[in-house]
Design a protein. Structure first.
Length: 536
């Protein structure tokens, strides 16, 4: 039977429930268990696809084309297994399902209420991934903080679920904060006590407390927490600030979080976790032989979470190259052809980020012109690739005022244009070209050499595309379309021959980079930037 672990959070937000969930899952996976993680978000949006990145950071897209919370990215990067729509549920989706069923008449004249109908639908979703025998353990992260009005139905559903499946089949891990009061020179347990009290009020006794702290928690503090929160002392787990999120699985191993979980779930403590590859990665990450500076040009740079997967992909690719990658964020809105030299000074490579809308578009074009002309390694992702096409059209092919119709619907040269099947779409949510699509790489191209094969599949999230009416002009003018969708002929990758590294991808490689499998495009971009650094 599948076992269920719920992860709740107390005291404050941003304690890192996603990383704790991913780290625990990693340890259980490394012991041979089949584990998955799902996230329940208490907001009303059906999914984060329509959210501005400034709200909740990047929107993470799964293989099946779901637009999801960025924590799913952590799950995939840690576990190296794909997630799907079923791994991210919001309050909006729960209500939508219930309301649709109400309209169908499925409730047979009953009054539809938060309890039991909403909580039943939540529980149905808790169970979903565990039902087909694919997983031994399902970890469910409950977004938000216990005590928030909006997470109440989720907390109530956890209470009911735990009672229904019985002890030994489900447990609750509560993540809390142990603040340090410098004036008193003490770690304070009271916020944790209050947070647990609140959970108890809702009928949930947490089984394990994971305590975020800036200082080590000594035995006395552990005893105190255990006594006042009703848990075993070995269920008080310290989660001390780490220099990298990738340290957390090892920190949790030291605290025996995995062992405590297995004992409580009455699962055999089989094999010690095999973390050889993980440790090897950490060794490389922490002992770089060189250092490079990569510019990340985008318009959401004030909130680095907006580019989470890109930043993590650089961590993976850096470790692979035994090179520390310093990512310098640059606001594209403030870039101009005049200040590009100044802003890009000292960089060994430039990545132009994905994005939507006009703001910062011309800045991205200015950055690309500079790196193209100065042989600085360039990597463009989605909008970044589209900008590279526009820049090349304007400045090399002589297509005056070339643009994307997203930015200028009146452009005389719509080298990037809306996809045909996007033109009649009115709804914004979930209607882009989303998820995994096949791509054929041109034999002999840089892309094919980088991937080491000619058939690939990558994830997408866009409405606009390379306009194939200009294909001939670009080919003849020196920009090679080196990746094409075999089914509809859409251009997926463009590259320049006479440049050390100039690649634009219409898809999002950053969504598939994991600790176990750093993405080849990032690995090679870092290698090219390193080569540039050595030469200059
Ligand atoms: N705005 C562009 C499009 O919709 C690029 C999207 C992106 O960068 N994800 O095609």
């Amino acid at each position: 039977m599948t076992k269920y672990i719920f992860v709740t959070g107390g005291v404050t937000s941003s304690l890192g429930k996603g990383i704790i969930s991913a780290s625990l899952a990693k340890l259980l996976q490394a012991r041979g268990y089949r584990v998955t993680i799902q996230k329940f978000d208490p907001y009303i949006n059906i999914d984060p696809g329509t959210l501005n990145p400034y709200e909740h950071g990047e929107c993470y897209v799964t293989e099946d084309g779901a637009e999801t919370d960025l924590d799913l990215g952590h799950y995939e990067r840690f576990l190296n297994t794909p997630t799907s729509q079923s791994n991210n549920i919001t309050t909006g989706r729960i209500y939508q399902n219930v309301i649709n069923r109400e309209r169908e008449g499925a409730f047979l004249g009953k009054t539809v209420q938060v309890v039991p109908h909403i909580t039943d639908e939540i529980k149905r979703n808790f169970r979903m991934l565990g039902e087909n025998g694919e997983y031994d353990i399902v970890i469910t992260e409950i977004g938000g903080t216990v005590g928030d009005i909006e997470s109440l139905p989720f907390v109530e559903a956890v209470r009911q679920f735990k009672w229904e499946v019985g002890s030994g089949n489900a447990l609750v891990i509560h993540l809390t904060l142990i603040p340090y009061l410098a004036a008193a020179g003490e770690l304070k347990t009271k916020p944790t006590q209050h947070s647990v009290k609140m959970l108890l009020e809702y009928g949930i006794q947490p089984d394990i407390l994971v305590c975020r702290t800036e200082h080590h928690i000594n035995q006395d503090v552990r005893k105190k927490i255990a006594l006042f929160c009703n848990v075993n002392i070995n269920a008080v787990i310290e989660s001390i600030d780490a220099s990298t999120i990738y340290d957390v699985p090892l920190l949790m191993l030291k605290e025996q979080l995995d062992k405590t979980v297995l004992t409580k779930l009455k699962l055999p403590n089989k094999n010690e976790p095999n973390l050889e590859n993980w440790k090897d990665f950490l060794g490389r990450l922490k002992n770089p032989l060189s250092e490079i500076r990569i510019g990340l040009v985008g318009k959401y740079v004030e909130l680095p979470d907006a580019y989470k997967s890109i930043i993590e992909s650089f961590v993976h690719a850096g470790a692979k190259n035994e090179c520390k990658v310093k990512v310098i964020t640059i606001q594209s809105e403030h870039m101009t052809p005049e200040n590009a030299v100044e802003k890009l000074k000292g960089l060994h490579g430039v990545l132009v980020a994905p994005g939507f809308g006009q703001r910062g578009f011309e800045g991205k074009i200015a950055a690309i012109k500079y790196v193209r002309e100065n042989n600085i390694p360039f990597f463009g992702i989605c909008l970044g690739m589209q900008c590279a096409v526009v820049e090349y059209g304007r400045n090399v092919l002589g297509l005056t005022n070339a643009s994307s119709t997203e930015m200028n619907p009146e452009t005389p040269h719509p080298v990037i244009a809306m996809m045909e099947d996007q033109k009649n779409i009115k709804n914004m949510g979930g209607t882009m070209r989303l998820g995994a699509y096949a791509c054929d790489l041109k034999a002999g191209s840089k892309a094919a050499a980088i991937y080491g094969k000619t058939h690939i599949s990558e994830r997408h999230r866009h409405r606009y595309e390379f306009n194939n009416e200009y294909l001939k002009a670009y080919k003849e003018g020196g920009m090679t379309p080196s990746g094409m969708n075999p089914d509809n002929g859409l251009v997926e990758i463009v590259e320049l021959k006479n440049h050390p590294f100039f690649i634009g991808a219409q898809f999002h490689p950053e969504l598939k980079s994991t600790v176990a499998n750093p993405h080849p495009l990032f690995v090679n971009f870092v290698a090219a930037s390193l080569a540039y650094a050595r030469k200059n």
